[in-house]
Design a protein around this ligand. Sequence first.
Ligand SMILES: Nc1nc2c(ncn2[C@@H]2O[C@H](COP(=O)(O)OP(=O)(O)OP(=O)(O)O)[C@@H](O)[C@H]2O)c(=O)[nH]1
Ligand SMILES: [Zn+2]
Length: 378
Amino acid sequence: MSAAHSCANSSLLGNKEYISLSRALSELRARRPIRISASGESLLALPVDGLDEQGLSDFAVLCSPNVLKIVVTRQRARSIGITASTAMALPLSGMVGMSTIFDLAANAVNEGHFAGAAETASCAATAAIRLVKLSRSLPAVLAAEVPNLDNDLMHLIVTVEADAVNRFAADATNAFALASEATIPLASGTAARFVVFRDALGVDQVAIIVGKPDFTQPVPVRLHSACLTGDVFGSRRCDCGDQLRLALARLESLGGGVILYMAQEGRGIGLANKMRAYRLQDGGLDTHDANTTLGFEDDERDYGVAALMLRTLNCTRIVLLTNNPAKLDGLTKAGIEIAARVALEAPVTPHNRRYLTTKAVRSGHKIINLKASVNEKS
Ligand SMILES: Nc1nc2c(ncn2[C@@H]2O[C@H](COP(=O)(O)OP(=O)(O)OP(=O)(O)O)[C@@H](O)[C@H]2O)c(=O)[nH]1
Ligand SMILES: [Zn+2]
């Protein structure tokens, strides 16, 4: 099989914009500041996630005398009591420490430490959040206007344009190449071909061709988002592991099919943030509100990459195994023809009932077992 969608040209002689963006992303992952420019402004930005007191103090010195702001998404702003329809920047008073900053970014309601009123985040600040999100960090950054300094340190800081960030975010996940493939015998006795794609951010996405599907007919496909806790360890908080095993058995009984195992842990927020969301759920929030309290969408997934993978496999007419209407919608919009949907109903248990009910009520998941089990009880 040959690569269908090669990565954006990342050689040194390639696209300069792409190179500076991927460098900026590496800087953010290493918890170092970057500079983001937009018309009329230039900001230094640093992710809140993973920052310690020393990092905060170094950043404050670097930005001095300019005021530090914390930039949060509209969802996070709302959860700390600010009416917002865009990302917001909150000026900080001089003496705040990391615990206050982290509270503002992700924890409790804490409105007492803004030095001034919340402002609509600028283009550069909004782009900073977008880039930080690509690194699977909490969507919150510290930002300040670039101080009027011309020293060696300033020259070391990677600079990107806000517009370029937006182009990069849209393109990077959809530019991917075939990395490798191999055949693996499964415990059930079926052979499966694991085809690994790698996107331009270095993230691996896997298509597992189970058995020998007939590609001249609509191919049975399970589009599955990674869930370490459920898929590997059988967590009872969700139905993921059960659904994965049901899907595999179903594909085998249908003579073969494809599992797209997507690196979209926690509905796209990443494993660390999923654990943060679980802690908020332990405090009483449901799975949707926990995501938005952390500043994310309730579901951050995009199914465009899955559609590209299917196209690469010559699999554009499918039977989709799912209860999730957003998957049907996402793949259809990306040009995949869905000949039929097959439900994938995991057992409802006391542990997962609340989670499944939220999915049914708030995301429209079609879960008949849930109704049956509710009726049984009443
Ligand atoms: N943020 C968050 N993610 C969760 C939680 N519980 C499970 N997940 C993630 O939710 C995703 C579930 O994905 P899928 O199994 O593909 O499916 P789905 O959206 O439930 O739709 P189906 O196709 O019907 O299974 C996985 O990425 C899990 O890691 C939770 O409480 N919070
Ligand atoms: Zn799960």
